[in-house]
Design a protein around this ligand. Structure first.
Ligand code: TXA
Ligand code: MG
Length: 310
């Protein structure tokens, strides 16, 4: 069903190891237009092209730097997106008129199998309305789009739970544009130091860079000291997003612990589902605990900061 829908130029929600995507034929302007309109995404915000194998890279990108090939070999299939010079075959609507294209090979068995059956790559942003929390399960996607979206390929809960890390190249040197499920430490272990450039409101290279993003509708705060914040907001209906431990004095059902054992990978996987849940409880305010600023903790803090931004 998904293959047929995509061949007919329609949009299908696909599972990936990071988050669910809203996919369409990356070579078809009409299909890609449907993605933007469903997502209510501004056209200045380009999409990621998902390919079935690293061999396919030459079809979508050109003049690929050696460092990019090395990264692709190390991390694909996986949560790494590379921003490269684009091939003509990629319509301008996919790249918002830029001469670069964002590409990744996702690591999810259903989606890899789907890509195998198609003779085009899939352009896909995260499957949420623009600016809201990314979906990490088929039901999150369904709750957002209901009958507006006919086909959702259900691949279970996303294993990583946070978007891919985006790397571009400036004078052939890798530059991180968006923190994601692949930690900077993992990247630096393989290719040495990389530069990070993830916040620029005036002209975002990657609009995941816009400082307010991934936002719950409930007012959200990021706190170094949870206790102080709770006192400050006493009398309100408070929800808590916590790393390892619950706190006293707040109803248990309003608290979500992301990893009892203190595992950052597990915390990252659970982050968006926790945000979806807390946002559905009609609370006055969500207070998120600041995470240790290492590895995926950096990525989690980055997403929480953007969720908390007014
Ligand atoms: O994990 C992911 O990356 C998920 C799954 C579905 O693959 N996709 C995802 O897509 O997060 P989206 O559209 O929500 O975020 C894509 C980001 C945007 O911030 C966009 O601006 C950036 O990629 N991007 C796309 N093309 C770009 C380009 N040519 N140059 C710089 N940034 C680009
Ligand atoms: Mg997104």
């Amino acid at each position: 069903m998904a293959v047929k829908a995509l061949e007919e130029g329609n949009v299908v929600a696909i599972p990936t190891e990071t988050v669910y995507g809203l996919a369409g034929n990356a070579f078809s302007e009409a299909a890609v237009e449907k993605i933007y309109s469903l997502k209510q995404r501004p056209f200045y915000n380009p999409l990621i092209v998902h390919i079935k194998a690293a061999d396919f890279l030459a079809k979508v990108a050109r003049d690929v730097p050696d460092a990019a090939i090395k990264l692709a070999n190390e991390f694909w299939p996986g949560p790494l997106t590379l921003v490269l010079k684009k091939q003509k075959l990629i319509p301008d609507i996919v790249t918002s008129g830029k001469d670069t294209v964002a590409v990744r090979m996702p690591n999810h068995p259903l989606t890899l199998k789907l890509l195998e059956q198609l003779d085009f790559p899939l352009a896909a942003p995260s499957a949420n309305p623009f600016g809201s929390i990314s979906p990490t399960s088929a039901s999150h996607v369904h709750n957002y789009f209901k009958e507006e979206l006919e086909v959702i390929l259900d691949g279970g809960e996303c294993e990583r739970g946070i978007e891919s890390t985006i790397i571009g190249f400036e004078e052939d040197q890798p530059v991180v544009y968006r923190l994601g499920s692949l930690s900077i430490e993992d990247i630096e272990d393989r290719i040495g130091n990389v530069f990070t450039k993830t916040r620029d409101d005036s002209s975002p290279v990657a609009p995941g860079m816009l400082s307010r993003h991934y936002a719950p509708t409930t007012e959200t705060h990021l706190a170094e000291n949870i206790g102080e914040f709770i006192q400050l907001h006493s009398g309100k209906k408070i929800g808590l997003l916590l790393f390892q431990h619950q706190v006293d004095d707040i109803p248990q059902e309003h608290q979500v612990v992301l990893s009892k054992s203190g595992n950052l990978k597990e915390a990252a996987k659970n982050l968006y589902a926790a945000m979806h849940l807390l946002d559905s409880l009609n609370l006055d305010i969500i207070i998120a605990e600041k995470f240790p600023d290492v590895g995926l903790g950096k990525t989690i803090n980055d997403k929480l900061q953007r969720a908390a931004k007014k």
